[in-house]
Design a protein around this ligand. Structure first.
Ligand SMILES: [Zn+2]
Length: 328
């Protein structure tokens, strides 16, 4: 059985400042006293604690964690939603092309998701079509695009394209939601990031996107945030409120089950509950490599949940192989 990690990040060397020193927006990745830092704009980020750039080292790390193959995606901040669409497209294309090359070089070990400049939907769809032709499996998008959440009407053509092209979409939190009080105690990450995913997925359900495009393949980061825990409350709202039940015709929990969820809950009981709620065919192994909030032993967490041999196989690799149409 092939174990597949579906949530892991890389900064491809091609996008580093070293590759084009005159472009100041590009990130620097430096090692200082055995610690890795990502210098990006005014920030110096220390949360990527394991190798972020060199693919051979990343693959060794995967092997050490009993992971045979990985669905790689970029570091979400490098999509550059805050820049012009053309600047963002440039950053996306550098990464998409590099990831496509990596997937071709290691077809049994690497598949990849690209990025698109979603602040300009027509341009984003053009790049989506191009990257799918280049052999990528889909795209990683942020939980919001400069404040616009994914159920917004402007994104409908994007969702339509994703459904018709069979794009695998990974929704990943950006910046923990940006609320000032979340700057304390690392709350922007431990709470803000999963809440971002909760809001984005809730927006897709309640706006009717999940109802309109039932074939979408969308992966939610970090076990879907709080959404699996809040599903009863959403269903209650559906019964009580016109602004919900005039848009969708079935209880939100039914649409919730259309999503896919990674295993990054850091708690075996929570993972077990997730599997019970959404089904064993909708949960995929993930690690959030190389971040400090990732799981160094993702396979161990799945085993600790005692889900039974068949369920374990599905979550560790079979579901991903089927969804990504990847013969590994
Ligand atoms: Zn991540």
């Amino acid at each position: 059985m092939t174990v597949i990690d579906t949530h892991a990040h890389i900064i491809v060397p091609e996008i580093l400042r070293d590759a084009k020193p005159t472009e100041e927006w590009r990130p620097h990745v430096v090692w200082d006293n055995g610690k890795q830092f990502v210098e990006y704009g005014p920030k110096r980020i220390a949360s990527a604690t394991r190798e972020f750039v060199q693919i051979e080292t990343i693959l060794d790390e995967m092997k050490n964690a009993e992971v045979d193959a990985v669905l790689l995606c970029p570091w979400v901040s490098l999509v550059r939603y805050e820049a012009t669409p053309e600047e963002s497209l440039d950053a996306c294309q550098i990464q998409n092309d590099a990831l496509s090359t990596l997937a071709k070089k290691y077809p049994d070990r690497i598949a990849a998701l690209g990025m698109i400049p979603l602040q300009d939907v027509p341009l984003a769809i053009q790049e989506l079509e191009r990257l799918m032709k280049s052999g990528l499996k889909g795209v990683e998008i942020g939980t919001h695009v400069n404040g616009a959440y994914p159920g917004d009407a402007r994104f409908r053509p994007f969702w339509e394209a994703c459904e018709s092209l069979g794009v695998f979409v990974f929704i990943h939190p950006v910046e923990g939601g940006g609320r000032a009080e979340l700057r304390d105690y690392y709350m922007w990450n431990v709470i803000g990031n999963p809440m971002e995913t909760t809001v984005a997925a809730g927006h897709l359900i309640l706006s009717g996107v999940m109802a309109a495009y039932p074939q979408l393949k969308i992966l939610l980061a970090h076990g879907g945030g709080a959404l699996p825990y809040l599903h009863g409350r959403l269903d209650r709202g559906f019964k009580q409120r016109l602004e919900i039940n005039k848009v969708i015709t079935r209880p939100p929990t039914e649409y919730l089950k259309q999503f896919y969820f990674d295993t990054i809950t850091h708690d075996a009981a929570a993972l077990c509950e997730l599997v019970n709620l959404v089904g064993e065919d909708h949960v995929l192994l993930g690690s959030d490599y190389p971040f400090d909030m990732g799981n160094e032993n993702p396979v161990g967490l799945v085993r600790a949940a005692n889900l039974g041999a068949e369920t374990e196989k599905n979550i560790l690799g079979k579901n991903a192989r089927h969804l990504l149409d990847w013969e590994v």
